[in-house]
Design a protein around this ligand. Structure first.
Ligand code: 5AD
Ligand code: SF4
Length: 442
């Protein structure tokens, strides 16, 4: 094969962990099809963007990228748009960016080998779009994981919840769970390959229903945590309505399950939760928080919040602020509401103006910063195990992550050279609202 015939690709990923992991599977699929991955657009024959459409800003990013590199089509490069924007916009992408030759949503990735053959043959406007109906999961012969210690496993794809603001049920298809056997086989293979941390992924992981009828979500967590060699198991993201006390009991009884739960609340106001069609109210959410807080282990809790959902009054927003005080989250991802295509909230009256949204977001973040300052301070004097992630050479500090998913920067005796993936014990000596400081215990 001459150099010019060699098939090369460049991929850029936007959005959530699901997308990051999908890209690992797409890369694996492309490698199996004889492609070689390159790290710059200039070197690539095929340029892929795995896109996110959760908020408008995320969606616009891909169109900016496509505009920036439009002229490269003349050099014979092909462009593909994958992921949520692909599924949402479909063939309209070809009209907006005529240099794109493939548009493929995540529920059609299993067809990628066929679709690639079509674009290689010079076909334009090739699509892989699914109308929410697929029952299949995207399982590949080979997943090109980019971290040799910590890896993702998808256990459930799609979403059937239809929260009023959310585009995901339209972009990722209907909810479908993988067989527990297939999940455990993948986890065992990863453990044999040296992985020590596994993150189970799904839009609503805890809505998992084993098609074999063998394992509940909590039992699957336990079974992954039992695999020899596995030291840490995480899962994301959980929907409060499907969050059972059995998950807390599993974390309590098994040290390999990380002491962290990400439980998106979205709002502290029952009225807004109702309008969002979240299926739970403030008190039901707080009941789940009470289970987590009653655990023997100190389980960190993080959440997602949307401010400025249509109809959110100052009094509703105050309810969200008060929820922050009651729960004292260890971390909050907060967003301004962004109207999305197809979603019911698009039709809702009483939009909150941009100025109010910005003010509420800033107030929420300021309050949470102070809560986190206290939450992180309480670790002073404790010993924590971290998995080493790397080194900040400029500061001479190692970077690690605790089981609670907190970043911990620490010093170690200069004679010690730590490798990423190693586990060490660290004494906490200081903290900021988003990270801990410590010294390695030797
Ligand atoms: N506008 C703003 N934030 C959103 N999210 C989901 N949809 C929207 C939207 N339309 C947030 C939710 C979700 C997180 C992944 O993104 O908080 O939990
Ligand atoms: Fe992930 Fe949701 Fe963005 Fe799709 S829309 S990439 S599922 S965050």
């Amino acid at each position: 094969m001459t150099v010019s015939e060699e098939k090369t690709f460049y991929i850029e990923t936007f959005g959530c962990q699901m997308n990051v992991h999908d890209s690992e599977k797409v890369i694996g699929t492309l490698l199996c099809q004889g492609y070689r991955q390159v790290l710059t657009i200039e070197e690539a024959g095929l340029v892929l963007y795995n896109t996110c459409s959760i908020r408008d800003k995320a969606e616009q990013k891909v169109f900016h990228r496509l505009a920036d590199y439009k002229k490269l089509e003349r050099q014979g490069k092909k462009f593909a748009v994958l992921g949520c924007v692909a599924q949402q916009e479909g063939e309209k992408i070809f009209d907006r960016a005529p240099h794109v030759s493939l548009v493929c949503g995540s529920a059609s990735y299993r067809n990628l080998p066929k679709l690639l053959v079509q674009i290689e043959a010079g076909n334009k406007r090739v699509t892989g779009l699914d109308d929410r109906q697929t029952d299949e999961c995207f399982e590949t012969e080979f997943t090109a994981r980019n971290n040799p210690h910590r890896g993702y496993i998808t256990i459930i794809e799609g979403c059937d919840k239809f929260c009023a603001y959310c585009v995901v049920p339209f972009t990722r298809g209907k909810e479908r769970s993988r067989n527990s056997n297939s999940v455990l086989l993948e986890a065992r293979r990863m453990a044999e390959a040296g992985y020590t941390e596994i993150q189970l992924l799904g839009q609503n992981v805890n809505s998992y229903h084993d098609p074999l009828g063998e394992k509940t979500f909590a039992e699957l967590l336990g079974a992954v945590g039992d695999i020899p060699g596995i030291k840490r198991v995480r899962f994301t993201t959980s929907h409060p309505i499907d969050f059972g006390a059995d998950i807390v009991a599993a974390i309590d009884s098994q040290a390999t399950l990380c002491d962290h739960v990400h439980l998106p609340v979205q709002s502290g106001s029952t009225q807004v939760l109702d309008a969002m069609q979240r299926l739970y109210d403030r008190d039901q959410y707080l009941a789940r928080i009470a289970w987590i807080k009653a655990a023997r282990r100190d389980i960190s809790i993080t959440t997602d919040i949307i401010v400025g959902f249509p109809g959110e009054t100052e009094a509703d927003f105050e309810q969200t602020l008060s929820l922050l005080d009651v729960v004292e989250f260890d971390g909050v991802f907060s967003f301004k509401y962004s109207p999305r295509p197809n979603t019911p909230a698009l039709e809702y009256a009483d939009a909150v103006c941009e100025a109010d949204m910005s003010r509420r977001l800033a107030a929420l973040q300021e309050k949470q910063r102070e809560i986190q300052r206290r939450r992180y301070q309480r670790h002073h004097g404790q010993r924590m195990e971290v998995m080493v992630e790397g080194k900040n050479q400029a500061r001479g500090q190692w970077i690690g992550r605790t089981s609670q998913n907190k970043v911990l920067n620490f010093t170690a005796p200069s004679a010690i050279e730590l490798l990423p993936g190693k586990y060490v014990s660290v004494l906490i000596t200081g903290s900021f609202p988003n990270s801990l400081l410590g010294e390695m215990v030797v």
